[in-house]
Design a protein around this ligand. Structure first.
Ligand code: AVI
Length: 380
């Protein structure tokens, strides 16, 4: 670990005229937050002179999956935490989902980013780009390329992802392709990352892909409170949201003809077998995904074709699931720009612009953190 700074820097700013120590300042801020929260064991790994990754060891609790499954199978209706869809196989399957002809959100959002990257770089070019759930940073490259062309000095990207392997790969690759870019990856939860990034300003916080749609209302509220606290007045928040549309289009996106989404759902039950010895017969579960019009959300379930006992030997528990039972694995909420802007205003996030693709399937909201709640400005 690097030596802690003598005093904790407040609101580290990145002046376009003096970016030479941007990396040192950012590292100091992250380090200072680490010192402030000694319960987090965070390790710094320098990959090359312009790419560093900070790995939070505590987010990898080996019992967490078993406990989460136990909780999910004990509640009615039964539901599993969608976070666990993304092991190595699940992440690979999700990457393939984004290539399926029926799954439009990734392409629609990439279209928006490609169309507006230059304008966004012009408007936000001074800001440190921080991204939650960055993965391979594939779509963000469109923004980084534009930032790179515009920057007259160095610029900074802080990708945040729970998977340190993916993060390391992306950090090294991005630094190699952009000679004026510094990457400081954070392998930790959104919550921990947002605490660490509080004092980095000006920043543009990205949360793309409509991942916010996978939060239930209580999770979304908690997340937006953390975002509100992490942003300083004037900081930008770029939020990707999938929009309510024709149910046929929505249902097709989650029931692709090639069966990739089906495998993605079933992998969660396979993962329970692989990691928890759950003993679920492979053919006993089927993928079901449909549009719930009342809630404006796609719901995805594993439906049991027959009675099954799910074992959790490490916890000395087992659960009887009956034929026909549906265990929810994910919701994917869809939004409308006006009501979403209104909801965001109560977190001191003011909508500056809603950018959409040509077919208005998806929106990228450009929001600014205000000092006060501005209800009158909310409607988008
Ligand atoms: C990551 N998230 C935004 C995807 C979605 O569309 O809700 C996850 C997904 N699940 C099945 N297909 C895609």
């Amino acid at each position: 670990m690097a030596a802690p700074p003598a005093t904790r820097p407040r609101h580290a700013t990145y002046d376009r005229t003096d970016r030479s120590d941007a990396r040192a300042v950012l590292a100091a801020v992250i380090q200072a937050q680490t010192e402030a929260e000694p319960l987090q064991r965070i390790e710094r790994q320098d990959l090359n002179p312009r790419a560093t990754v900070w790995v939070d060891e505590l987010t990898r609790d080996p019992q967490a999956f078993a406990l989460s499954v136990s909780r999910g199978l004990s509640t009615r209706p039964r539901q599993l935490d969608c976070r666990y869809l993304y092991d190595e196989i699940g992440s690979e399957l999700f990457a393939r989902i984004t290539e399926q002809p029926e799954y439009y959100p990734t392409r629609a959002e990439a279209e928006i980013l490609a169309d507006h990257a230059e304008a966004l770089a012009h408007e936000l070019g001074d800001a440190v780009i921080c991204e939650l759930g960055s993965g391979t940073s594939e779509k963000t490259r469109l923004l980084l390329d534009a930032w790179s062309r515009r920057a007259d000095g160095e610029f900074h990207y802080v990708p945040v992802d729970i998977d340190p392997v993916v993060l390391r790969g992306a950090a090294e690759d991005l630094a190699a392709h952009h000679p004026n870019l510094h990457v400081s990856g954070l392998a930790t939860s959104y919550e921990n990352a947002l605490v660490r990034l509080r004092d980095v300003t000006p920043k543009a916080l990205l949360f793309l892909g409509s991942t916010i749609g996978n939060f239930d209302p209580a999770e979304m509220d908690k997340f937006l409170r953390q975002v509100e606290a992490a942003l300083q007045p004037g900081d930008a928040f770029l939020l990707g949201i999938d929009l309510v549309k024709d149910p046929h289009v929505l249902e097709a996106a989650y029931n692709d003809a090639a069966g990739v989404t089906e495998r993605f759902t079933l992998n969660l039950f396979d993962r329970m077998n692989r990691e928890l010895d759950a003993a679920i017969p492979a053919e006993a579960v089927e993928h079901v995904a449909f549009w719930n019009e009342r809630q404006d959300q796609i719901e995805i379930y594993g439906r049991f074709r027959r009675d099954v006992r799910i074992e959790l030997p490490d916890l000395e528990q087992s659960f009887s699931v009956e034929r026909g039972e549906m265990v929810r694995v994910e919701v994917s909420r869809k939004f409308r720009v006006g009501p979403m802007a209104e909801a965001l205003a109560s977190y001191r996030l003011r909508l500056d612009r809603a950018l959409t693709d040509a077919d208005r399937r998806f929106a990228l909201l450009l929001l600014r953190r205000t000092s006060e709640v501005e209800p009158g400005d909310a409607a988008g």
